[in-house]
Design a protein around this ligand. Structure first.
Ligand code: TRP
Length: 326
């Protein structure tokens, strides 16, 4: 039986952090064997929140290096930029005729962004963010979309657009399902629920051991555990969350030590640093290779774009044909 197809993507915001890994990349790496996979660099989507295009390309390259270093295999899964495959713009235009302004205004992900970023003059393209995302997915006839919880409303809009297109013009497009990432959120170093570049609370996939220690050393823990022998509450401590993700074997011991007070935060952070370091070590090694061979990275992207372009062109040919655009 043919493998099912997945498509997912990220906006190129530069070097990735372990929250990206846990929320998306780890899952993509697992899925790439089981599915026919396509991975997109959503560089046009960056424009929805910033018109500064100076760093988009460099950020893309940094992100490609992280994808490769973490274990995405470009032979199995082509990587490509939205901006290099014109069909994204074409399908986006057609889709924008199939959805109402009111439907887009109801999108909870948009509402959250408007609130968090204090946007009072929403641009048309930002309102249309999920329409472009639907084009990203359906151009490759993605049947499943591995994403975190926050993107589910966009996959729902994608399904609605596919249905609308199919009933209006002819059945060409699949209705994709979201494939939810289980452990989808990692808290930031400041204790915020979300690790994010704009909050400046991240651990990067490219952090060197010493940088990592400096970050963890300053991280907040249980505020009630002031000195070593004070009993702590692991369930409120973000370091404990990191242990659960990166240091599973030692968790029972750490939990007991924290609760009894025997294990102090300094030592606990040392253990955590060492666990995250062991996870990052192979990634850092591979990263070094790609940093020293940027031409290889650019070549990988170019060949992914060639492969992506073929599929996108096929889909657009069917779309145009059922719409009787010659
Ligand atoms: N909106 C996604 C995000 O912010 C990025 C994205 C763009 C995407 N196009 C996509 C994700 C298509 C999945 C499929 O994370």
């Amino acid at each position: 039986m043919a493998k099912k197809r997945i498509l997912s993507g990220m906006r190129p915001t530069g070097k990735l952090h372990i929250g990206h890994y846990v929320g998306a990349l780890e899952n993509w790496i697992k899925l790439q064997d089981e599915y026919d996979s396509f991975f997109l660099v959503a560089d046009y989507h960056v424009l929805t929140t910033s018109l500064n295009t100076d760093h988009i390309y460099d950020n893309t390259i940094e992100m490609m290096i992280d994808w490769l270093a973490a274990g995405l295999d470009p032979e199995k899964s082509p990587f490509f930029r939205q901006s290099q495959i014109k069909e994204h713009a074409e399908l986006f235009l057609i889709f924008s005729m199939l959805i109402t302004k009111a439907r887009l205004e109801r999108n909870p992900t948009l509402k959250e962004q408007v609130r968090d970023l204090n946007i009072d003059n929403l641009i048309y393209g930002h309102l249309g963010y999920p329409v472009l995302q639907a084009a990203d997915i359906l151009l490759y006839r993605g049947e499943a979309v591995p994403v975190g919880e926050d993107q589910v409303p966009h996959v729902e809009i994608t399904r609605e657009l596919a249905r609308k297109f199919n009933t209006q013009f002819g059945k060409v497009l699949p209705e994709p399902e979201p494939l939810l990432t289980k452990f989808s959120r990692l808290p930031g170093l400041d204790g915020d629920a979300k690790m994010s570049k704009s909050l400046n609370n991240t651990i990067l996939l490219s952090d060197q051991p010493e940088e990592l220690w400096q970050k963890l050393r300053k991280a907040v823990t249980d505020p009630q555990k002031v000195r070593k022998n004070d009993p702590g509450r692991p369930e409120v401590c973000l370091i404990y969350t990191y242990h659960k993700k990166f240091n599973e074997n030692e968790v029972p011991e750490i939990e007991a030590g924290c609760k009894s007070g025997e294990l102090g935060c300094f030592d606990c952070k040392k253990k955590c640093t060492s666990a995250i370091n062991s996870f990052l070590e192979p990634i850092l090694d591979k990263r070094k290779h790609y940093e020293n061979n940027l031409d290889e990275v650019k070549q990988i992207l170019a060949s992914g774009e060639e492969r992506g372009k073929k599929v996108a062109a096929e889909t657009m040919a069917s779309v145009r044909s059922v719409m009787k655009f010659g």
